[in-house]
Design a protein around this ligand. Structure first.
Ligand SMILES: Nc1nc2c(ncn2[C@@H]2O[C@H](COP(=O)(O)OP(=O)(O)OP(=O)(O)O)[C@@H](O)[C@H]2O)c(=O)[nH]1
Ligand SMILES: [Mg+2]
Length: 397
């Protein structure tokens, strides 16, 4: 089944702890500090992939956790960075967090960091100062970022077909594009959006979306089409397909138009090309008497016989203004280049936690006990260890 929504929880990796170690040399009982730095925790990243059609990959698995950074070791060995997790989504996916941050992955290769890994702690080798040449403590790694993310795919198409069930939308898309959506003589044949590519003789391309038919009340949830109205939002032109072999063509136009207006998002302001289909069933050319500034063209076609189709195709390329070409995406895009949503790095704490050989030392402005306990627990505090807090030394319970 086509899925255009998913909710996921992502947790980046914790930074590795700095190493607490001393050089061992012959005849020197305790050498200088040589603990290396901890590695950075892995990020969780979203990347747009042009080969993916929907978000069904997130039906089963919805929680993702990146790897934590390794701890630094003796001989100034730095810990390895934690593994970054890359989640692939279709082009056109929007990601939102409860804070409302929105990122829109509109081009293949576009990526966004959903949760940033914590920085590694400094090892004691780097904490030596002229007055403190053998620091007997090392920095603990930073906590990771995390996020609840709502994913919503909204198809990116130059034009989208809209119309009542059975109007011939899928038949039209089969005629003008390379797509082969199912066609049948009963309403609601199309159950999920389909994208097709239309080619002009000079090689220009347009994408057209076919979506399930709309009925009166669609915007309130009647029928199928309402769930898919979001896929019309990003089309620059709507191809409004109408079965011209039936009466009251204008009335049926208004029915769909009302639903577009009720849905909102400016759908009823979009330019519309009226495609009067099934003219093979008529003796006279159909008439359409509405005068409306949004109507940018009226076409008489038969998806069955192909009449009028070539002209419709040609006009599509003039009706839909060419977009500036998408810049070539480098093989390995710079993260910075595509980042639209910048998650706050895990807040820099007003205090630091150091590991000592007997436990932990808190330096700076210690937070409320609850937060401090959580931070120490995350840092790996165990029963019986010493916690140095200002002038006090406590025991971890
Ligand atoms: N005579 C004739 N029949 C057509 C024409 N275009 C489509 N049909 C028929 O109309 C019926 C519906 O066509 P579809 O293309 O499935 O219609 P749709 O608008 O995609 O319908 P939904 O997916 O249900 O919204 C099918 O039986 C088609 O064969 C046409 O130009 N002439
Ligand atoms: Mg259809």
């Amino acid at each position: 089944m086509f899925r255009d929504r998913a909710r996921i929880e992502v947790l980046a990796g914790r930074g590795g702890d700095g190493g607490l170690s001393f050089r061992r040399e012959k005849h020197v009982p305790r050498g200088g500090p040589d603990g290396g730095d901890g590695g950075r925790g892995g990020d969780v990243i979203l990347v747009a992939n042009a080969d993916l059609r929907d978000l069904s990959a997130f039906r089963q698995k919805t929680r993702f956790k990146a790897g934590r950074g390794e701890s630094g070791r003796g001989s100034r060995k730095h810990g390895a960075d934690g593994e970054t997790i890359v989640l692939e989504v279709p082009v056109g996916t929007q990601a939102t967090t409860p804070e409302g941050d929105l990122s829109d992955l509109k081009t293949p290769g576009a990526r966004v960091v959903l949760a940033r890994g914590g920085n590694g702690g400094r090892g004691n080798a780097r904490l030596a100062t002229p007055t403190r040449q053998t620091p007997r403590f090392a920095e603990v790694g930073d906590p990771p970022g995390q996020a609840e993310v709502e994913l919503h795919l909204k198809l990116l198409a130059d034009a989208a077909l809209a119309g009542l069930p059975n109007a011939g939308k899928s038949s039209l898309l089969r005629r003008i594009s390379n797509a082969k959506p199912k066609v049948a003589e009963y309403p609601f044949t199309t159950l999920a959006p389909v994208l097709g590519t239309v080619e002009s003789p000079d090689g220009a391309q347009l994408t057209v979306a076919d979506v399930p038919g709309l009925v009166e009340g669609a915007s309130e949830g009647i029928g199928l089409g309402h769930e898919f109205l979001a896929h019309l939002e990003r089309a620059r032109v709507l191809l409004h397909a109408i079965d011209a072999s039936e009466d009251d063509v204008e009335e049926r136009f208004r029915t769909i138009d009302r639903e577009l207006a009720l849905y909102g998002a400016g759908l009823d302001e979009r330019p519309q090309a009226i495609v009067l289909n099934k003219i093979d069933l008529l003796l006279e050319p159909p008439s359409f008497r509405l005068d409306d500034p949004r109507i940018v063209g009226i076409f008489h076609v038969s998806a069955l016989t192909g009449e009028g189709i070539e002209q419709l195709k040609r006009r599509l390329f003039t009706l839909i203004p060419p977009v500036p070409p998408v810049p070539e995406i480098a093989e390995e895009p710079e993260l910075e280049e595509f980042r639209e949503y910048r998650p706050q790095p895990p807040a820099r704490r007003a205090y630091r936690i150091y590991r000592t050989d007997r436990g932990f030392r808190i330096v700076g402005e210690a937070p409320q006990s609850e937060e401090l306990e959580a931070a120490l627990k995350a840092a790996g505090a165990r029963k019986g260890q010493e916690i140095e807090l200002g002038d006090e030394t406590l025991e971890w319970q």
